[in-house]
Design a protein around this ligand. Structure first.
Ligand SMILES: [Zn+2]
Length: 308
């Protein structure tokens, strides 16, 4: 069945949208159009999201369903935005509110999980049933896919690799623990460790140019990431690790030392393949479109009482 869906990735600063059509042969066409709008920094974000979707549909024609990728703590199955600082919301039944406002089926999921889902269906993890997707950006997010299904957990908090403690005596994380992976291997963490007011991208560049302090910070980020990966591989016996987000744009400068250190620290475990993400920052928008298509195929997939 052909279907036309709208996917929106609601980021802390920007909302990104694209319309995708699935053709009769089941294949997904290229984005028909894409659009961006600023996310308001306050509690008007949900209303702005509704307006954005309405304006896009009015301008570009009807769609069959809408998919949303949102940040923070998200109950994908119940469609509830539980908590986020940017955009600002708490315990918001966003899926039902959007469905009522637009008069359309709406699917909703956590942004990192939507990115990981898209990498699994159309990116770096196609054909892989057991993989970990890690987004190394301002923060560190993760999505664990086991036996072909994204693992949410009973409280939809599974896969939060950024908050694995890798240095128990380390600095305090935004989550309240100390020494989370995110405090060391996120873009924010790398910039903080290096100091001197430069970005993580600049630290990577300086490390490549032979700046000893930058190289040390980069090694520290790699080691912290490998410590977290060791735990993940030991627990879940993964085939593949996909590294995405801004920090992973360093490519082999990140991938090569991660592979090398991971191989040297594993003992009985099998080393997973470690690759860069294929979909860049469009992954979550595509993931949002994919869950909208899933919803059309299986309308009872996300039923009202939140059971799958
Ligand atoms: Zn944390």
């Amino acid at each position: 069945m052909t279907a036309r869906v709208l996917g929106i990735d609601v980021g802390g600063t920007t909302m990104k949208a694209a319309v995708r059509t699935r053709r009769t042969d089941g294949r997904l066409g290229e984005p028909e159009w894409t659009a961006r709008r600023a996310t308001p920094p306050d509690e008007t974000a949900a209303d702005a999201l509704g307006e954005f979707a309405e304006a896009l549909i009015a301008e570009h024609g009807p769609v069959d369903a809408v998919g949303l990728a949102i940040p923070g703590i998200v109950d994908d199955a119940a469609g509830i935005a539980e908590f986020s600082v940017a955009p600002t919301w708490a315990d918001l039944p966003l899926r039902e509110a959007m469905a009522a406002r637009l008069g359309l089926p709406v699917a909703l999921g956590h942004d990192t999980r939507m990115g990981g889902l898209a990498e699994g269906r159309a990116g770096a993890a196609v054909g892989c049933r057991d993989y970990l997707f890690i987004s190394l950006g301002t923060g560190v997010g993760g999505m664990l896919c086991l036996d072909g299904s994204p693992r949410l957990g009973p409280h939809h908090r599974a896969g939060e690799l950024g908050h694995l403690v890798v240095d128990p005596l380390g600095v305090e994380c935004g989550c309240g623990q100390r020494g989370c992976l995110e405090t060391i291997a996120s873009a924010t963490g790398i910039a903080r460790l290096y100091g001197r007011g430069v970005s993580a991208r600049e630290v990577a560049r300086r490390a490549a140019d032979g700046d000893a302090r930058a190289a040390e910070v980069w090694r520290e980020a790699v080691s912290a990431l490998v410590t977290a990966l060791l735990s993940a591989v030991t627990l879940f016996d993964l085939s593949l690790v996909v590294l995405g987000g801004g920090v992973a744009q360093a490519g082999e400068q990140l991938l090569e030392p991660v592979r090398r250190e991971l191989a040297s620290r594993l003992t009985f475990q099998h080393a997973p393949e470690v690759v860069g993400a294929a979909l860049g920052d469009e992954a979550a928008v595509l993931g949002a479109a994919l869950i909208a298509l899933d919803l059309l195929d299986q309308p009872d997939l996300f039923n009202k009482d939140g059971k799958k």
